[in-house]
Design a binder for this molecule. Structure first.
Ligand code: KG4
Ligand code: ZN
Length: 338
């Protein structure tokens, strides 16, 4: 594909408004993201506030993107947008904007499942060819997905209740460490003892590939409720290390076991939790022990961003999988990773 062909993508599924232009070699030409720090003081994302901030930012960010990238609008071949899973109000802002933009330029609209975006973030920095196994771990999802090719995949394991990312977030709240919990637990865990408390590992004995985090969440809650805040503060590193290990151990063991049993030699880590430093290190070591290669995105591409949505749209563009302008924010439910 000629270098003058670009894809413009929009991501607004949660609390980041992000727009990006990439070329068809998965190279980011430019990206602008506005992270909604306004939610931090509430200890979580307020959906109504998120939608309003997307409305406020999306037009300005897109104008800035086009101006700074110096790309001619005639060279943009399609508009990609994430639809589902996500906050409905936030998704509607991005989708409505993307539809109008595609319609006004007379180019196709490509709707992208947000979780697919996380998987294809890996294509931006690595040359990968399927088949591969993807461990998708974000604030709302914990899934093991096998890709036969870029457009054909099957979910082989998933959480039966809560997600790994949510467990990081809720634990950090109990330890009074703020929101989002993953980065701060990751940081304190570096100086802590993962054996300080032996929290339960769910479904360890089961030979399937599902995960469960509700029991662990309850165990952490009961443990913290028993302690005063001075104790939690004094032992925050040890607790962070113990919690982190309890969350990531099942992710690592089940992913590597599936890859080994099915002779898969490429594993992709994806989603916000893919930023976790110990998860990357231990998964890489275990993958190497079965001669599998681990790929993960750099930090800035782990969290929500529009470039990953553009990357996931490329195989759809090549396959001619365009969406009608009548598409709605629930239309991709059928391929949702749950
Ligand atoms: O993919 P993402 O940005 O948003 C969703 O699609 O949900 O993931 C957000 C999740 C949050 O739960 C956050 O705590 C977690 O990713 N996270 C981390 C780290 N950085 C972000 N979890 C563990 N370690 C990290 N370093
Ligand atoms: Zn995400």
């Amino acid at each position: 594909m000629s270098i003058l062909n670009y894809l413009l993508a929009i991501e607004s599924s949660c609390d980041d408004t992000s727009v990006a232009i990439i070329d068809f070699n998965y190279k980011i030409v430019h990206q602008v993201t506005s992270s909604q720090v306004e939610h931090n003081r509430f200890g979580g994302v307020l959906p109504e506030l998120a939608s309003r901030l997307h409305i406020k930012n999306i037009m300005y960010l897109t104008e800035l993107l086009i101006r700074e990238s110096k790309i001619n609008l005639n060279d943009i071949k399609a508009i990609a947008v994430s639809i589902n899973p996500g906050l409905i109000g936030s998704l509607i802002v991005g989708l409505s904007f993307a539809k109008s933009f595609a319609w006004s330029l007379g180019i196709p609209l490509i709707t992208v499942n947000h979780m697919m975006g996380h998987v294809f973030a890996n294509y931006i920095e690595h040359r990968i060819t399927p088949p591969f196994l993807a461990l998708v771990v974000s604030g709302g999802h914990t899934e093991l997905v096998f890709f036969n090719d870029e457009n054909t995949f099957v979910t082989v394991g998933k959480t039966l209740d809560d997600s790994a990312g949510e467990t990081f977030d809720k634990s950090a709240k109990l330890l009074n460490l703020g929101y989002p919990g993953g980065p701060v637990i990751d940081k304190y865990a570096k100086d802590g003892n993962p054996e300080f408390v032996k929290f339960p590992r769910a479904l360890k004995q089961k030979d399937d590939y599902n995960f469960s985090y509700s029991g662990l969440k309850t165990a952490i809650k009961l443990y913290c409720h028993d302690k005063d805040s001075a104790f939690l503060e004094a032992h925050k590193s040890d607790l962070a290390a113990s919690i982190q290990m309890a969350i990531i151990e099942p992710l690592i063991s089940k992913t590597v076991r599936y890859a080994k049993v099915n002779n898969i030699n490429k594993i992709l880590l994806a989603g916000g939790v893919a930023a976790n430093s110990l998860l990357k290190k231990l998964l890489q070591e275990k993958a190497a022990s079965i001669n599998a290669e681990l790929y993960y995105p750099s930090l800035s591409l782990c969290t929500d961003n529009a470039a990953m949505i553009a990357a996931a749209a490329i195989p759809k563009y090549i396959a001619g999988q365009f969406s009608p302008l009548s598409v709605n924010a629930f239309s991709e439910k059928g391929i949702r990773f749950i």
